[in-house]
Ligand binder design. Structure first.
Ligand SMILES: O=P(O)(O)OP(=O)(O)OP(=O)(O)OC[C@H]1O[C@@H](n2cnc3c(O)ncnc32)[C@H](O)[C@@H]1O
Ligand SMILES: [Ca+2]
Length: 492
């Protein structure tokens, strides 16, 4: 019956004002922190979102599926490529005479996408198709055929369960700019001032994009793209050279004088080819001789230095109405910063084992000269598993790449070492498609998203510490003042 000490407190612990005060403060603090934590860092079980982009290139179409945690729409660097699918057959522009087949060619990859994207996400998943230089050239040659191909492709994609957002031709400027966005997004450079330039080599066009302090866009507004991303302003220089993808340049080189005995192809290489296929492109139709036989035999001579002279003949280095140009009278500011070179830059230099740019440029040229002088029979024996069409062209393609970079873009042995030949960055392919989707889904905010005061873990640990301290204080407040030593403790 002792009304004092532990008994009295246990019987009615709310007796002591200290206890009540601590309990109230504790509850308020925990509720407040948990509320902020939940508001700040949404549900613990992440829901994922998806996006699909089809890259309808001149030589082939590829499908990319991107995935990101739903609540991280605006955070940098959280969108990742989760799957890719190479469409069988040529690029969609090759189906000009049978447009339906362009749509049918996409079906296999679209079925694959249905398996890779969870079905409950299908209808919310945006689906885009962007076409590049192959369709630009078809549009120049025969805009009706181009429209029919897009019609067939759109009908095919509308049948998919995804949210089809349209099929269109990208401008060269978009292709260059979005390639730059992709490289810098994946490399996490969009929160920094120093960015990476982007070099993209396709079959029908090639792009160069980079930020240059010396470039404010005034001298050549068409080459200027302004971005405000994560609170940073970027004034990007970009140019797309139509007809300077490696397939079209090969046609231009072959259509030149005396191209039949070709220094860009290995000794012993001999293939009969058809002038019709060679000249059926707006890039070479002007070079078509008035009367030419239907077929010709393409014979290899295997000489890198002569090949370099032949490749240089497709560039015009004379005309430039600006303070400085790359080639064909196109303005280009002084090169600046590191560069990522992808697509065919990578396919070719990787095959030739020349992706290590710490090797002096002169040594790269000498290695390529040795490769080009290797007889065709030896080359075939050394690379039994490589597609003959690709294998025959690596000497030409490697020579074109070195000539384009050094003579065209004015890379020196010093700036050449700042190029990285890349296929992917952190598991996502380098190319325009990711940048294109990020832009269309507004996932790159102009302003930096406000970062939470504390990361999620920070909140949890703060709550835990406060809760522990308060609990300790609470327990301590329950302990009676020292019991009178005469008292026997009451068993309650
Ligand atoms: O950008 P556009 O000009 O539209 O062309 P594309 O998008 O189709 O161009 P790609 O980068 O896909 O390929 C460019 C070139 O590289 C060739 N290519 C693709 N894969 C290759 C590989 O693994 N090895 C060698 N060459 C390859 C392809 O045939 C083209 O000639
Ligand atoms: Ca391309």
């Amino acid at each position: 019956n002792d009304q004092t000490g532990l008994y009295s407190v246990f019987r009615n612990p709310w007796h002591t004002p200290l206890t009540i005060f601590i309990a109230v403060v504790g509850v308020i603090a925990i509720v407040a922190l948990v509320t902020v934590a939940v508001l700040q860092n949404k549900p613990l079980i992440p829901k994922y979102k998806y996006g699909i982009v089809l890259d309808a290139g001149s030589s082939h179409t590829a499908m990319y599926i991107y995935e990101w945690p739903a609540e991280k729409d605006n955070n940098t660097g959280r969108v990742e490529q989760t799957h890719s699918c190479k469409v069988k057959g040529p690029g969609i522009s090759s189906y000009a005479s049978d447009p339906k087949k362009a749509g049918q060619s996409l079906q296999v990859c679209m079925k694959e996408a249905e398996r890779f994207v969870p079905s409950e996400r299908h209808e919310e998943t945006p689906l885009y198709l962007g076409a590049t230089a192959g369709m630009r050239l078809l549009n120049i040659e025969n805009s009706t055929a181009s429209d029919q191909v897009f019609q067939a492709v759109s009908e095919s994609l509308q049948k998919s369960p995804f949210s089809f957002q349209g099929a269109r031709i990208l401008s060269g400027q978009e292709e260059g700019a979005f390639g730059w966005v992709t490289v810098n997004y994946l490399d996490d450079r969009l929160k920094q001032v120093c960015t990476t330039g982007a070099l993209d080599l396709g079959g029908a066009s090639t792009q160069i994009s980079f930020v240059s302090d010396a470039f404010d866009g005034s001298e050549s507004p068409n080459n200027s793209v302004n971005f405000r991303l994560y609170g940073n302003d970027y004034n990007l220089y970009t140019h797309s050279f139509l007809c300077y993808g490696k397939d079209q340049v090969l046609r231009m080189a072959l259509s030149g004088p005396g191209s039949i005995s070709d220094p860009c192809f290995h000794n012993g290489y001999s293939e009969s080819k058809n002038y019709m296929t060679l000249y059926n492109s707006p890039c070479v139709s002007k070079r078509k001789p008035v009367s030419s036989p239907a077929d010709f035999t393409h014979v290899g001579k295997g000489n890198f230095y002569q090949c370099q002279e032949l490749v240089k003949s497709v560039f015009d280095f004379t005309q430039c109405k600006y303070t400085q140009c790359s080639f064909n009278g196109v303005y280009q500011p002084t090169l600046q910063g590191p560069f990522g070179a992808f697509s065919a830059y990578y396919f070719v230099m990787n095959f030739l084992n020349l992706t290590d740019t710490s090797v002096p440029l002169q040594s790269v040229k000498e290695a390529l000269a040795r490769y080009c002088s290797t007889p065709w029979e030896t080359i075939k024996k050394q690379h039994p598993g490589i597609k003959l069409k690709y294998l025959a062209e690596y000497c030409f393609s490697g020579t074109y790449i070195l000539t384009l970079l050094t003579e065209g873009y004015n890379f020196t042995s010093e700036t050449f070492s700042k190029i990285r030949f890349i296929k992917q960055i952190k598991g996502s392919d380098a190319g325009w498609t990711l940048g294109y989707m990020l832009n269309l889904t507004n996932m790159i905010p102009a302003e930096a998203p406000d970062t939470p005061l504390l990361p999620h873990a920070g909140y949890v640990s703060v709550i835990t510490v406060i809760a522990l301290v308060l609990f300790l204080l609470f327990v301590l407040s329950l302990r009676p003042l020292w019991p009178r030593c005469s008292q026997k403790p009451q068993i309650v």
